[in-house]
Design a protein around this ligand. Sequence first.
Ligand SMILES: [Zn+2]
Ligand SMILES: [Zn+2]
Length: 368
Amino acid sequence: MKTRAAVCYEPNTPLKVEEVELDEPKVNEVLIRITATGVCHTDLHFMKGEAPVGMPVVVGHEGAGIVEKVGPGVTTVQVGDHVVMMVSFSCGQCRFCAEGQPTMCTVGFSVMATATLPFCMEKRLHVGDQYMHHLFGLATFAEYAVVHERSCVKIREDAPLDVVCLLGCGLSTGMGASINVAGVKPGESIVIWGVGGVGLAAVMGARLAGAGKIIAVDKNPKKLALASKVGADCKVNASKGDPVSKVMELTGGGADYSIESAGKAETIQQAFSSIRSGGKCIVVGMAPIGSMVNIPSYEFLLGKTITGTIQGGIRHQLDIPRYVDMYMDGKIPLDKVISNRYHSLNEANEAFRALEAGEVIRSIIELR
Ligand SMILES: [Zn+2]
Ligand SMILES: [Zn+2]
């Protein structure tokens, strides 16, 4: 079939929105009509050549839509199901999947690295005989996508797809970082470095977990104001003075946890410095590949931990429907992170420009 898609042919060139061919879903694959896709900073790393990916590539990885067709052997979704597509793929069988860490799946890493469909490593998108990569095995900047059935999670039909699409990456990453990876307990303190979409979701997750003091750090006053609205108790403007000292003051010697969601080596260092002895720092943001982090080695003698996570360590099939339910019950204001809406793939380049310029928190491209 024919569909329109936003294609990156070369790093640092504008996306070309054009008509492409999409082949039929094969074994265990489904055809999804995408109704909304989030615009996530991670795509920019690939589009700017800061992270390697095969070209040409159809970008986008925060999609939601409706299943239109299923290939042979599909058992987990049916035609008409509403689904959110997952940035991390889990095979369900490797050691990580078996031990309840599906975002660490070994097959998932190969999907990420090759930008092809899982297992077969094939591509279904092409113009003539030039095939295109599917970013994260998804390629959601398109009207239709063919993905593996395990790349999507079925959700309730009354949930607005143009909000919950963000659970495909950014929002589940932030929520999961606070709840699953940090494991915040009632009364504990947490500092979140960088409150874009992911960081704001980390604030919401920490609040849900009962954190005692939630501190948001950012240079952007608009983002800090929004952090207060979704549950942050204190704001630190990182462009005024030393933010680490401010966090130390506010927490009386360091937070129990810190989450880095700015995706910069410098903020990873600050996030590690801002936890107390025995505290835990969780790196969520994607810094450019090859960038290095400097950490004073003596700080490890203080029993401090630093770790990373993919998509907040969520269990896709378990956590996504729960997050959707909590949003629908008014317990997590997921829609508050959406500051812009676009109504056509033609606006893809503008959406990324505005994101990079810091003009938006999170934007959605709606496709009908
Ligand atoms: Zn696996
Ligand atoms: Zn993302």
